[in-house]
Ligand binder design. Structure first.
Ligand SMILES: *[C@@H]1O[C@H](CO)[C@@H](O)[C@H](O)[C@H]1NC(C)=O
Ligand SMILES: *[C@@H]1O[C@H](CO)[C@@H](O)[C@H](O)[C@H]1NC(C)=O
Ligand SMILES: *[C@@H]1O[C@H](CO)[C@@H](O)[C@H](O)[C@H]1NC(C)=O
Length: 329
């Protein structure tokens, strides 16, 4: 069996700006983790998955994101992932009020500033975006350490269900779907990007890994209390094993309903459990539902090792079945 990145541990914030930390949590900083930074090989990237506590106050959410990112950087993070919808309540009804211009809005500026300030690869979770023609998208922005926008992903698969006599939920009532397969290049290799529900589509992940050579798939997401326990980890491990790549997810922390909330938006209870999975399908770092940062070191050489030792990529029977878009342009 292969040995994969195993130096991983969840850290817990105790900043006064944030929710206070329960007594059983481990201390804020893990010195031994930070001190191995210099020992990391060139193929290894230290990632931080920020499970932010999100409120209906955009300004407060900005402060939280800034504090968590700072903390992740102190622990040596080179790439930080924020959760899906980290700047607004997680409710489709709230998006028209909270949606921002993605080129000039304050959340975009914050992400860009933080990436530049900390010289960081920053995967900005997702935020509700409003375009000039009034459309709303679920959009993820990625900035490189120079503060340049390197990817913009609009959630591709909208969630519409209409079960007769059961649940009805049309995300497409409020949202428009994205039209691109999104990935970006880093010194460690290409990384692909999807949002939440996108993780259920195996072909999307296959395109990212086979056509665009991604070694890491990133999914900011917020599963609920039914789909979370049943599918969240399973889908990450499935995408990791069938694509022989790392899979990273970042969820918002599970918010508790408070009387503080003045807005009428429906409460969403997120499953949490931001997680990193190796190409072998192992959970290498994860957490529960509380606010916190999940740290993991990903050795991307393990992707090639895995792909060589179980060569499914070369042994597909494309005469029997094929993913048409994989054919090189
Ligand atoms: C710190 O990190 C090391 C190495 O990953 C781990 O063995 C140890 O348990 C961690 N300590 C705490 C307090 O989290
Ligand atoms: C983004 O996608 C999630 C998952 O399907 C959905 O629940 C949420 O409402 C969407 N948010 C926005 C802003 O589009
Ligand atoms: C979670 O989402 C699924 C799919 O929409 C739905 O069937 C289920 O009722 C939801 N569960 C909760 C607890 O909201």
């Amino acid at each position: 069996m292969m040995r994969l990145a195993n130096r991983s541990v969840a850290f817990w914030l105790s900043s006064t700006a944030l929710h206070s930390v329960s007594a059983f949590r481990t201390p804020l900083r893990n010195k031994s983790f930070a001190s191995i930074t210099t020992a990391l090989s060139m193929s290894t990237v230290r990632v931080a998955l920020c499970q932010l506590p999100v409120t209906d106050d955009t300004e407060k959410n900005h402060q939280t994101a800034a504090t968590f990112i700072e903390n992740a950087v102190e622990q040596g993070a080179e790439l930080v992932v924020l959760p899906e919808i980290w700047n607004s309540p997680y409710a489709t009804a709230a998006f028209p009020e909270y949606a921002q211009d993605i080129d000039k809005g304050p959340s975009r500026r914050l992400l860009q500033d933080l990436a530049t300030k900390h010289k960081l690869w920053l995967v900005g979770g997702s935020i509700p975006e409003r375009t000039a023609d009034g459309k709303i998208y679920n959009t993820s922005l990625v900035f490189n350490p120079q503060g340049e926008l390197v990817a913009k992903h609009r959630k591709v698969h909208l969630f519409d269900i209409d079960v007769p006599g059961g649940i009805t939920f049309f995300e497409s009532d409020t949202l428009s779907p994205g039209e691109t397969v999104s990935y970006f290049s880093t010194p460690w290799g290409n990384m692909g990007l999807g949002i939440c529900y996108d993780i259920r589509f195996a072909e999307y992940a296959m395109l990212l890994t086979q056509k665009h050579d991604c070694k890491v798939l990133l999914y900011p997401g917020a599963f609920n209390m039914t789909t979370g326990p049943a599918h969240w980890e399973l889908l990450q491990r499935a995408r990791a094993v069938d694509n022989q790549c790392f899979v990273l997810t970042a969820s918002p922390a599970r918010a508790v309903e408070t009387t503080e909330s003045k807005k009428p938006y429906p409460h969403y209870t997120a499953w949490g459990h931001s997680t990193a999975v190796s190409p072998w399908g192992e959970v290498i770092a994860t957490t529960d539902e509380s606010p916190g940062i999940v740290m993991a070191d990903l050795d991307l050489e393990k992707v090639e090792d895995m792909r060589k030792s179980i060569p499914i990529r070369n042994q597909r029977r494309t005469d029997l079945y094929d993913l048409l878009q994989v054919k090189k342009e």
